[in-house]
Design a protein around this ligand. Sequence first.
Ligand SMILES: Nc1ncnc2c1ncn2[C@@H]1O[C@H](COP(=O)(O)OP(=O)(O)O)[C@@H](O)[C@H]1O
Ligand SMILES: N[C@@H](CCC(=O)OP(=O)(O)O)C(=O)O
Length: 377
Amino acid sequence: MSSSATSATLTHARRLVIKVGSSLVTNDGKGLDRQAVRQWTQQIAQLAAQGKQIVLVSSGAIAEGVSRLGWPRRPAAINELQAAAAVGQMGLAQAYEEAFDEHHLRTAQILLTHEDLSDRQRYLNARSTLFTLLELGVVPVVNENDTVITDEIRFGDNDTLGALVTNLIEADALIILTDQRGLYDADPRANPDARFVHHGEAGDPALEAMAGGAGSSIGTGGMLTKILAAKRAARSGAHTVIASGRESDVLLRLAAGEAIGTALHAPMAIHSARKQWLADQLRLRGKVVLDAGAIEALSHHGKSLLPIGVTAVEGNFRRGDAVACVDAEGREYARGLINYSASDTRRIMRHASNDIADILGTMTEPELMHRDNMVVH
Ligand SMILES: Nc1ncnc2c1ncn2[C@@H]1O[C@H](COP(=O)(O)OP(=O)(O)O)[C@@H](O)[C@H]1O
Ligand SMILES: N[C@@H](CCC(=O)OP(=O)(O)O)C(=O)O
């Protein structure tokens, strides 16, 4: 695929994750760059008005905290970094809220840890909250929950977090804004003759060889984590563009199909990649037996599974576990992430979704298994 073809896919992208790095957000550590924040939010507001759903992943809490605390440089001690993140995150949240408010858009703060995305229940909760926010027209602003994590379980750089959020919400594209135009065949800070890479295939090892670490003390990860993020994003079929956050109207121009930055296309078609990715997530913990109407709804009408269509439950699964949907003879028709535990499913099966709240005292979702969390065979 050519670079223009990859960029053109951004014109069709409906759900986007946009990641902005620390050096950009904090003007190379000098303090929150409110002007830049306003420019991105203005563009995001325009994209939202075009019907796009956008999740923003913003770094900068530590750099902003260091600046607010008047420290001369980024500390090395974890407890000090965590304290700085806690101080700086307030600034980030405030700046985004103010800037989006000018466009009458609501924002939401989502702070995630590694465990939130590896624990099945928390993963499903995060996914469902993000989808709900997007449906409400809110712009979620995500960062790592730096204050509670230890070194071993850090994402560390937000490029990785951006890719995981891309997988989590099955976004069509990941846009990584940084302080360079994109990827060069060597670090341009150290090699003035480095050549610009306009496009490539996500996951190509040759790209990893070109990418170096962070060129400043503000950002972490450098270009390598961005290249690896593109590889990860491609697992759920998303394309990645790495571009300069200082380029005027960069988001609008990318969305309009302009070939700026480095475009890294996902080799696998989005539908098969998503299916494969979801299937990889699924280690079966149980089964639900479906009646003929439910099988028809899933297999031929693209519907979610409702509790009314379930006649029996096997296994002892929890909310968020992977469960197979079978018929009375044990033939599997689909599998996916279930919204209710085995014991709750036994109580609500054969009942209409309207009855869930009466039976369980509360209703998390009307669907037993949402279509988005399901692979149908
Ligand atoms: N091959 C490369 N092409 C472009 N930039 C590179 C390359 N290798 C290393 N870098 C460095 O990566 C830096 C961007 O990463 P980083 O500082 O982590 O930014 P951010 O805060 O945006 O994540 C650039 O400023 C650059 O010095
Ligand atoms: N969670 C951290 C981000 C870590 C970081 O430096 O990320 P990045 O600048 O994107 O490489 C913060 O907000 O300071």
